[in-house]
Design a protein around this ligand. Structure first.
Ligand SMILES: Nc1ncnc2c1ncn2[C@@H]1O[C@H](COP(=O)(O)OP(=O)(O)OP(=O)(O)O)[C@@H](O)[C@H]1O
Ligand SMILES: Nc1ccn([C@H]2C[C@H](O)[C@@H](COP(=O)(O)O)O2)c(=O)n1
Length: 247
């Protein structure tokens, strides 16, 4: 077992392309084992929402970098009710709009944004290990940059067609347009200079195209249990703790 699978608490790291099932799988696993849950994509979305709300031109990397330290982003880590607050405002819905989705890849390519959010993600991970017996974290650079020593490292995939089908089933919209948007984001997220989405040799690839969500969660749970991960240290209410990324 690696350092992050020790008695101090298990870290489960899940990366993968857009719509591959990271959030659903991570929440299912965290709920089943009483672990915290961190959606790092929601943090990049929250940063993007704040930039738009403050009329900062997200295509101006220097302006984005200069403003990157200003929003207070607070993540709730309960897998049953993950919350996202920016400067105290609940933005859970607003960060999922088409406007945010269209610009989040540009904002997340700015190194000052990544430096800030990665540091905050590591703080939440450290708290989750201490207080809940572990944490399931999902995003694009968790297995490679944020928590490379995680006890369980997974690269979750599915065909672009399957991902578009699932996403349009959830949110509606033309499947072809949804697929084009997923592919566009994958291209930007995989080709940026700073912490691109990549699959490393030590991350287990889990191809989910023909698998239902319950099957995927069961496979990951088996890996977690083999690594010795459960949230035995968790007490009632701790999973609801909000981890202010800024403090
Ligand atoms: N194995 C699966 N089988 C069928 N549907 C799934 C499966 N996994 C996830 N889904 C569905 O696919 C959609 C996308 O899943 P989810 O939001 O978890 O993906 P994601 O990788 O976190 O996406 P994003 O990168 O955009 O945050 C959701 O509607 C979810 O219910
Ligand atoms: N660790 C992460 C997580 C997310 N991003 C960026 C890239 C995504 O397109 C965007 C939104 O993520 P999603 O909500 O779709 O999971 O955020 C990243 O760069 N690094």
């Amino acid at each position: 077992m690696s350092a992050q699978g020790s008695a101090e608490g298990t870290v489960v790291a899940i990366d993968g392309p857009s719509g591959s099932g990271k959030s659903s799988t991570a929440r299912g696993v965290a709920s089943a084992r009483g672990l915290w849950y961190l959606d790092t994509g929601a943090m990049y979305r929250a940063m993007t929402w704040w930039m738009q709300h403050h009329r900062i031109d997200v295509d101006d990397a220097a302006a984005v970098a200069e403003a990157a330290g200003r929003p207070d982003i607070t993540m709730g880590t309960d897998p049953a009710d993950p919350t996202v607050r920016v400067d105290g405002r609940d933005v859970a819905r607003e960060i999922r709009t088409r406007e945010v989705t269209a610009q989040v890849s540009a904002v997340s390519a700015v190194p000052a944004v990544r430096n800030r959010l990665v540091a905050e993600q590591r703080e939440v991970i450290a708290r989750g290990r201490r207080r809940a017996g572990g944490i399931v974290v999902e995003g694009r650079d968790i297995t490679t940059v944020v928590a490379p020593d995680a006890a369980v490292k997974i690269y979750l995939t599915a065909s672009a067609a399957a991902r578009a089908d699932r996403r349009s089933g959830e949110l509606g919209g033309d499947v072809g347009a949804v697929q084009a948007d997923l592919v566009r984001r994958d291209r930007i997220d995989s080709s940026r200079e700073d912490s691109p989405l990549t699959q490393t040799a030590d991350a287990l690839e889990l191809e989910t195209t023909g698998l239902g969500l319950d099957d995927v969660v069961a496979i990951v749970l088996e890996l977690v249990d083999r690594a010795g991960g459960s949230g035995a240290a968790q007490t009632a209410g701790e999973g609801r703790a909000e981890s202010s990324a800024a403090r």
